[in-house]
Design a binder for this molecule. Structure first.
Ligand code: TRP
Length: 326
């Protein structure tokens, strides 16, 4: 079966942008592919972080994925550091990757700017470890957001270079981009992100979600209630496309353009539809938080299976590299 790998950082705090743009797709890909989803804790330590909270954030991230519908019986859920072959293959890939290639990565440049006092080797090496995450499972497909396409491209180059030098071992992985609408932050300008604080968390309670929607920026050109609006530039409408039934969204589009519905009523409808999807997720997450055994079991099982896959790849890799068998 064709294999998928994707990873998510253990922030323990996932927002609706991640949910709509990535996690929903992860869930549906599990129908067609053999999917491995990793909580990538080694990527998270490339920047300053709080050691005390990391364990909890790692469990919480896996827990949220399960609450969103990732079923560990239908995909493999794992923690990156549980399978040491990721870092082992990362080292080998380091020896094939020109420094210039990683220096030009957009994310590296952005992060170097954000973390001037801590531009460490790991930060630069981040996409090489990402290539190892994917290729240690010989995954051919990688569902990611737009911002990660460059890293998947680098993975392809690394695979190509490895194969040319040592013989055909790896597939050249392809990014799978979600066709879901890109949800902006509540200020309507930037991408929804944890660091910018403009996000709606997947586990937020109703009153907090409503407060954020109520004050969220819509079409700025629609000043008066009687002005006709432009749904195509309205972030609330984007959210309708992600959470409301198609028919309802089409009617709201018409209502907005003809000024027969105002922004606040439009937001009320969105709130209702959004909560219809998010409330069961929050409830599931809370119950898993109270009894996390199924999450820990899933991660344990995932580690066992993934170690086996990864060990097979590494045996082949060590062999073609010419390393002495231990
Ligand atoms: N870099 C990815 C992100 O920030 C996370 C990630 C790590 C990843 N390893 C991966 C994604 C491998 C896809 C495949 O979103």
């Amino acid at each position: 079966m064709r294999r998928v790998f994707s990873g998510i950082q253990p922030t323990g705090d996932i927002h609706i942008g991640n949910y709509v743009g990535a996690i929903r797709q992860w869930v549906s890909l599990a129908d067609e592919y053999e999917c491995i989803y990793g909580v990538v804790d080694y990527h998270a330590i490339t920047v300053e972080y709080d050691t005390d909270g990391l364990r909890q954030r790692t469990v919480d991230t896996a827990l949220i994925l399960m609450a969103c519908g990732l079923d560990p019986d239908r995909c493999h859920l794992m923690v990156q550091s549980h399978v040491i072959e990721h870092t082992e293959l990362g080292w080998i890939f380091n020896c094939l990757t020109p420094v210039g290639e990683v220096e030009r990565m957009t994310q590296f440049k952005d992060k170097s700017r954000q973390h001037k006092a801590n531009i460490n080797m790991g930060l630069m090496d981040y996409p090489v470890l990402q290539a190892a995450d994917i290729l240690v499972y010989k995954a051919g497909f990688v569902p990611v957001g737009e911002d990660q396409v460059q890293h998947v491209e680098l993975s392809r180059e690394i695979a190509r270079k490895f194969n040319a030098r040592f013989g055909q071992v790896f597939p050249e992985p392809q990014a799978i981009l979600s066709c879901a609408p890109r949800i902006m932050g509540t200020e309507g300008k930037n991408k929804m992100s944890k660091t910018l604080g403009n996000y709606i968390g997947i586990l937020e309670d109703e009153s907090s979600v409503w407060e954020k929607l109520r004050t969220a920026v819509t079409d700025v050109a629609r000043v008066r209630r009687t002005d006709a609006g432009n749904p195509e530039i309205c972030n609330i409408y984007t959210m309708h496309r992600a959470f409301s039934p198609d028919q309802a969204a089409r009617e709201l589009d018409k209502g907005c353009r003809s000024a027969s519905i105002g922004c606040i009523d439009c937001k009320r409808v969105l709130f209702k539809n959004m909560m219809a999807e998010l409330t069961p997720i929050r409830e599931k997450a809370l119950s898993l938080k109270a009894h996390p055994e199924p999450v820990l079991d899933a991660l344990h099982q995932g580690a066992v299976v993934c170690r086996r896959f990864a060990a097979e790849t590494m045996e082949e890799v060590r062999d073609v590299l010419g390393l002495l068998k231990g």
